[in-house]
Design a protein around this ligand. Structure first.
Ligand code: 7PJ
Length: 297
């Protein structure tokens, strides 16, 4: 079972062996579950000044490290989606992510996902080697459903209440778990109607996107209810502000809290966790996976 986090087979075509219950296939991609998605932000605030070349080199080194540490996917994003963040043009996003996607897919043997909501970026990213689309707007932007259907690659659909600029002003729900579940089920239906094969879809409750810390904790505590959507679940809580609220720690000091969140998510039914700290998370999930496998024996 220690092979579980290897990344040898992530990009291979064809179905996973039916004998291994821990294999997860999403479209053409096969993963050992639970799988770790490493975060590679190429927004200007993520990399110190310098030209794009410096950014690209630093990004490539980071991708190589995450792959060595056991990431199954590397998620490359060029739009800052922090609360209050300004919009980014498609051209700016392309300028940021394309050189990095090209460099990473050429040099690193791990599936790359592109974190974008823009159809033009989806098309160019997949042409540059990206194998998956991760959309915090769940393909609700004009043309996004059609782009993803044309590209025929796996997609991660995330829940968000409101828009990044204003989403944290007054998040409100009657029943956050039921509403997020219903939203995701409806987006899966919209995708299938648009021609996206259901087996290519991953769902994500969108921790921190139009949610108070209490909403986030309620979702984490009831993650298993999201399994009623019928698709694998991805959770992104790494270094997020809810963990800062709970611990009183600044963003750079949230590793222990992030690891706890990843373990709780996986033990609550998540198949993927999206994290900054791949090596530490992989170690923690090896412990969780060993216990979960024992449960299932
Ligand atoms: C998420 C994401 C998440 C998915 C970001 C951050 C903010 N994509 N992109 N899920 N968060 N699927 O990483 O702190 O939770 S950007």
């Amino acid at each position: 079972m220690w092979e579980r986090f290897s990344n040898r087979d992530n990009r291979g075509p064809g179905p996973a062996p039916a004998c291994d219950e821990h294999m997860l296939t999403i479209g053409e991609l096969a993963f050992d579950a639970p799988a770790v998605m490493g975060i590679l932000n190429v927004t200007p605030d993520s990399f110190s000044d310098g030209g794009r070349f410096v950014g690209r080199d630093a990004a490539l080194r980071q991708a190589e490290t995450m792959a060595r540490d056991g990431a199954a996917v590397i998620d490359i994003g060029g739009e800052s989606t922090r609360p209050g963040a300004a919009d980014v043009s498609a051209q700016e996003e392309l300028d940021r992510v394309l050189p990095v996607i090209e460099a990473v897919t050429a040099a690193v043997d791990v599936a790359v996902s592109v974190d974008t909501s823009k159809p033009a970026v989806m098309h160019a990213a997949v042409a540059a080697g990206a194998a998956m689309i991760n959309d915090i707007r769940a393909l609700r932007e004009e043309g996004a459903l059609q782009a993803a259907a044309e590209l025929q690659c796996p997609v991660c659909l995330m829940h968000m209440q409101g828009r990044p600029r204003t989403m944290q002003q007054e998040p409100a729900y009657g029943d956050v778990v039921a509403e997020v579940t219903e939203f995701l089920a409806n987006r899966v239906s919209a995708c299938v109607s648009a021609g996206i094969a259901v087996d290519r879809i991953i769902v994500d409750p969108g921790f921190g996107f139009g949610k108070t810390p209490r909403h986030n904790i309620e979702l984490l505590a009831n993650l298993r209810q999201l399994q009623s959507v019928g698709r694998p679940i991805l959770v992104g809580l790494s270094r997020k502000s809810t963990l800062g609220e709970l611990t009183g720690r600044d963003v750079g000091e949230r590793l222990p809290a992030s690891i706890a969140a990843a373990v709780i998510a996986v033990m609550g039914g998540a198949s993927f966790v999206r994290v900054h700290d791949v090596r530490e998370t992989v170690d923690a999930l090896r412990v969780a996976a060993a216990v979960m496998q024992m449960d299932g024996d």
